[in-house]
Design a protein around this ligand. Structure first.
Ligand code: SF4
Ligand SMILES: [Zn+2]
Ligand SMILES: [Zn+2]
Length: 320
């Protein structure tokens, strides 16, 4: 099969949802066009931005960093070492190798040193690893952005991630989560930085193809904490639909993002996420670390304190 764009080279990537197949060079053009359109549509980034790209060592975040650099954005990478034996070291190595090849040094936060390695924190606070991980990551996104004068944080969530999350939120009618789901979370002042997802229009397969054809070496193993992740079930369900009806994913997400969609409106009186940039109130400094929060002490500091007490043998069986 010939490439649909140049009509000359053999096609390397088949894209049924776009009724197209491209050779590698034309696929790069297509991919960047999709990302550019995603950025333009919701004004995710502008030329003068200093972008902190959160990189995990997986394909999505490294592809995101690569594309943003190629597009000429001023970027630095942030790697958060979760303190997961084996996996964290291997992921970090991929990030550092990727960055070095591009003349960069990633900013690294080690959760072990910060007193909250994810597996230990999960045991101490009796919460799921992924919930803790989300809180801790958000905390460092804001903190590192403030320390390094970044005005925006970018993550590598792709269309598959976003639609899986949407399906999960819809099935459980998580109306407050639905009201916050968007590729662009505006900054909320007081150190709550703007957060964007520039890959929201491209699928996981397209991101993987881009990474592969570009020779980006990424960690292929899943985070060991993701074993029970329900998001994988939603992804599987959506893949089934996409296979039968190519293009369903983007239609699903685009329709949700439509300003006129009432599902996205926050219900009155809803409690929004703690320490979240989209929270409607005014954040104040955490009494312990000074980070923006909607409580007296931020969620991160409370967690850290519990781990510290547990380490000192004063564990308290309190959660929530
Ligand atoms: S699977 Fe869970 S613990 Fe692992 S990186 Fe993702 S959110 Fe964090
Ligand atoms: Zn071509
Ligand atoms: Zn704090």
């Amino acid at each position: 099969m010939k490439c649909k764009r140049c009509r000359h080279n053999p096609a390397a990537v088949d894209l049924p949802s776009h009724h197209a197949a491209f050779c590698p060079d034309c696929f790069f053009v297509f991919f960047k066009r999709q990302v550019r359109e995603g950025i333009r549509k919701y004004r995710l980034l502008s030329a003068g931005d200093r972008v902190l790209v959160c990189v995990s060592g997986g394909k999505d975040s490294l592809v995101l960093w690569d594309v943003l650099m190629e597009m000429g954005y001023e970027t630095e990478g942030l790697y958060i070492d979760l303190g997961i034996e084996g996996y964290s070291g291997r992921s970090r190595e991929k990030v550092e190798t990727f960055a070095r090849a591009r003349g960069k040094t990633p900013i690294v936060v080690e959760l072990e040193k910060e007193g909250v390695p994810i597996p230990e924190a999960a045991r101490c606070v009796r919460m799921q690893e992924c919930s803790i991980c989300g809180t801790v990551k958000r905390y460092f996104f804001n903190r590192v952005a403030a320390e390094g004068n970044f005005n925006v944080v970018a993550t590598g969530h792709n269309l598959d991630d976003e639609t899986a999350r949407l399906l999960g939120n819809l099935i459980h009618w998580q109306r407050d989560h639905l009201s916050r789901q968007h590729p662009h979370l505006p900054e909320a002042g007081e150190g709550l930085v703007r957060k964007v997802k520039p890959l929201w229009r491209v699928s996981e397969m397209e991101t993987a193809a881009y990474g592969f054809l570009k020779g980006i070496d990424y960690v292929t193993e899943e985070c060991p904490m993701s074993r029970d992740a329900t998001s994988l079930v939603y992804k599987e369900a959506l893949s089934l639909i996409e296979d039968k009806m190519p293009g369903s994913r983007i239609v699903f997400y685009q329709g949700f993002l439509d300003d006129a969609n009432p599902v996205r409106q926050a219900p009155a009186g809803v409690t929004r996420g703690e320490d979240d940039a989209a929270n409607g109130g005014t954040p104040r400094p955490c009494a312990s670390c000074g980070a923006p929060t909607y409580s007296e002490i931020c969620a991160f500091c409370r967690m850290k304190e519990r781990v510290r007490r547990r380490r000192e043998g004063h564990a308290e069986e309190v959660s929530g």
